[in-house]
Write a protein that binds this ligand. Structure first.
Ligand code: SPD
Length: 309
């Protein structure tokens, strides 16, 4: 793996945190985000990372890992709906779903809204994240007791490596930034293991950072997905104001067929979402010109990046 293209820079400590605010500086970008706080609810050093939970003035509860914003109760629906629903609606019959990471359980909750899903397995390395989210984000964890859901706390890479071939219809990678424990989730070995663990027609979908700040990482994702055998890789774009640049992506790779817009019948009985609609699905895959050019410059087929319309 080319480490330069597969990681984002670690956030250096800010010269000075503003009293009464939490700030994340977007390393190398001369910018960042700040939340005015009402207080700190938890500060735990787990085996893997520092987990903090804050009560903000206007964004509800805020979860950070090693000083990086992961979830706020105000806007997490954007990320969780756009990571989960495009992949699950693009698959004709998603029965077995695996979530790698996802410790806050926001993605799990969205997966469980799909009635055709029979089993969801979530493998999160850091149990402390889930235990703190059960306490401070009860709205995200409300469905954790669904009999279709099983939560494991162990290394997700090992889990996928050990999975019998063809175990899953959809694998969702809901990790943190490609630093520390999550860096391996962007490595070729992990993509190859996911390819093997998927059934024919299966879909791998993962969060792939900012198109503005992390274009090299996105190019790496497309190159790696193709290198391990995925037939198609497409990126979708959505707003996420609390993440670096305020603009975020998920990328979907399909094992044996190209990704197509779901037929209208697929959306029958769809529950009401806050952001995702069939129209949003189609629009989100429309790729910006600079992104298409970046793929072309890397020698990658930009066909998938031209959108699903
Ligand atoms: N820079 C923050 C990227 C965080 C991506 N994962 C968030 C986890 C939400 N379930």
């Amino acid at each position: 793996m080319d480490n330069r293209s597969a990681t984002v820079a670690a956030a250096p400590p800010l010269a000075g945190q503003i009293p009464g605010w939490f700030s994340e500086e977007w390393a190398g970008e001369g910018s960042g985000i700040s939340f005015r706080l009402r207080g700190k609810l938890a500060d735990v050093q787990s085996e893997f990372q520092r987990i903090e939970v804050f009560e903000t003035e206007r964004f509800g509860t805020l979860l950070t890992l090693d000083g990086l914003v992961m979830v706020t109760s105000r806007d997490n629906f954007l990320y969780h709906e756009m990571l989960v629903h495009p992949a699950l609606y693009a698959h004709p019959a998603p029965r077995d779903v695996l979530i790698i990471g996802g410790g806050d359980c926001g993605s799990l909750q969205q997966v469980l809204r799909h009635r055709e899903v029979e089993r969801v397995t979530q493998v999160e390395i850091d149990e402390q994240v889930t235990r703190l989210c059960e306490r401070f984000f009860p709205e995200l964890c409300a469905d954790n007791g669904d009999p279709r859901a099983t939560l494991h706390f162990e290394d997700g890479i090992d889990w996928v490596r050990r999975a019998p071939p063809g175990s899953y219809d959809v694998i969702l990678v809901d990790g943190s930034d490609p630093l520390g424990p999550a860096a391996v989730l962007f490595a070729e070995e992990f993509y190859a293991a996911c390819f093997a663990a998927l059934r024919p027609g299966g879909i791998l979908a993962g969060q792939t950072e900012s198109p503005l700040f992390h274009l090299d990482l996105l190019t790496h994702v497309h190159r790696t997905a193709k290198a391990v055998g995925f037939v198609d890789c497409q990126t979708l774009f959505f707003p996420q104001c609390v993440y670096p640049s305020g603009w975020w992506t998920a990328s979907l790779a399909r094992k044996s067929e190209t990704l197509q817009p779901p037929p209208a019948t697929r959306f029958q009985g769809m529950p009401a979402m806050q952001y995702y609609t069939p129209q949003v699905h189609q629009a989100a895959f429309a790729a910006p010109a600079f992104f298409v050019r970046a793929l072309q410059a890397a020698g990658l087929d930009p066909a998938g990046a031209a959108g699903q319309g």
